[in-house]
Design a protein around this ligand. Structure first.
Ligand code: COA
Length: 376
């Protein structure tokens, strides 16, 4: 019998040519292009196209794709009414999962031909940001801010959140964050999506599965927890005693450690540089100093186990500085990861086989049925 590996660690679940990770060398590539190059030169929508369609678009392909995404930004009034009935205190990830699942009732599933794939991916890329911003406005009792078609993907999301057109440099910072979060091989949410897609569930249902899986604290939910941690620590002097106590209680330090990376996550390196530049240009932030000290102390205490900052460690600091509320950090992750999920959805359908793993049975066998009157 095959060896049981808890958490399927190291077990290949699929063949994929979408992204590549080397956890020892700290390398991440999308379709063979290093993440550092994409962060420096690409845009989120261009990267999404690369991930989903397997090549960098020509100018006219990119214009067409961008235009299609812009044209799908608005959501049905029934979705708006549904969001209005959500509890204000509900987590935005739960709101997003519900909204994504509901799309399946509006858009019929078809044969996955190129036209259907194109309309589905542009629709989903476009609508997730609108639905996140809409929930955020409506939970505060405001009317949603309609998308502005003159703004690009990143700027439009920040605009729908705040009602103000963002500074172009800040919108570019946000767009880079979306690139960094767009794809990461067969992580938990992508695996969940693959399982769902393999049953031929609708793309909306498959995406909703992925959104739900991303929400967990050990996955996308960690970015929100990092800011909580930095606030609890409160000062640079308090970092060492706080971390030592936490580790003595066998608790985890959020934003640290990764199943694959045993060195500092390359995305954390880029995000840290972005955070540094952001604080230089737009005012210092004491939480950045606390984060640097947490990284130093953790390198000493957890580094020998191969535990270093992951993508979530610095992203929250950047999002907070961009004025994004803490409980939207994980939905923002989803707005980016939808690109990778859709690339995997397409790849799975191109060579589909139903996922149906096996188990190591550890229970009893051949038991007698005991009538209720004889049970003790
Ligand atoms: N803080 C403290 N200890 C940690 C840790 C962390 N963030 N991450 C892992 N460890 C320790 C575990 O306690 C365990 O120690 P032990 O061997 O002494 O029992 C060891 O490292 C291995 O942990 P394990 O849970 O088996 O590793 P994993 O590969 O399943 O962990 C994560 C991957 C991401 C789940 C884990 O690192 C984690 O919980 N990180 C915090 C949450 C987070 O930031 N998630 C976002 C990931 S992008």
């Amino acid at each position: 019998m095959a060896e049981y590996r808890p958490g399927l660690e190291g077990v290949p679940a699929t063949r994929s040519n979408i992204s590549f990770v080397d956890g020892q060398a700290g390398i991440l590539e999308y379709r063979g292009i290093p993440i550092e190059e994409l962060a420096a030169h690409s845009t989120f929508l261009e990267t999404a196209y690369l991930l989903i369609f397997g090549k960098l678009p020509t100018q006219s392909e990119l214009d067409n794709f961008d235009q299609a995404v812009r044209s799908h930004r608005r959501v049905k009034y029934r979705i708006r009414d549904m969001i209005k009935s959500f509890p204000d205190s509900g987590h935005p990830m739960d709101a997003l999962q519900t909204c994504v699942a509901s799309l399946g009732m509006f858009y019929p599933v078809q044969e996955a031909d190129p036209d259907y794939v194109f309309v589905t991916v542009t629709r989903l890329l476009a609508k997730l940001p609108t639905m996140v911003a809409m929930f955020h406005q409506m939970r505060q009792g405001n009317d949603p801010i309609p998308p502005d078609d003159s703004l690009d993907h990143a700027a439009n999301f920040l605009y729908m959140l705040s009602g103000k057109k963002p500074d172009p440099w800040l919108a570019r910072v946000f767009d880079t964050c979306l690139i960094l979060h767009a794809e990461h091989t067969v992580n938990a949410s992508t695996f969940a999506l693959l399982v769902s897609a393999s049953t031929l569930a609708s793309p909306y249902s498959s995406l909703a599965t992925a959104v739900g899986t991303l929400s967990g604290l050990l996955h996308g939910g960690a970015n929100q927890e990092v800011m909580k941690l930095l606030r609890q620590i409160g000062s640079v002097e308090n970092v060492r005693p706080f971390i030592e106590e936490k580790l003595a209680r066998k608790e985890r330090i959020m934003g640290m450690g990764h199943r694959v990376y045993k060195v500092k996550d390359p995305r954390a390196i880029i995000l840290q540089k972005l955070a540094e530049e952001l604080f230089e240009r737009h005012g210092h932030d004491k939480y950045y100093d606390i984060a640097l000290e947490v990284e130093r102390v953790c390198a000493e205490l957890l580094g020998p186990k191969g535990i270093y900052p992951n993508v979530d460690f610095y992203s929250g600091l950047v999002y907070a500085k961009l004025g994004i509320p803490e409980d939207l950090f994980t939905p923002v992750f989803a707005i980016a990861r939808v690109a990778g999920w859709l690339a995997h959805w397409r790849e799975q359908l191109a060579d589909n086989r139903l996922f149906r793993p096996t188990q190591v049975y550890t229970g009893k066998r051949q038991q007698r049925y005991i009538p209720i009157s004889e049970r003790s």
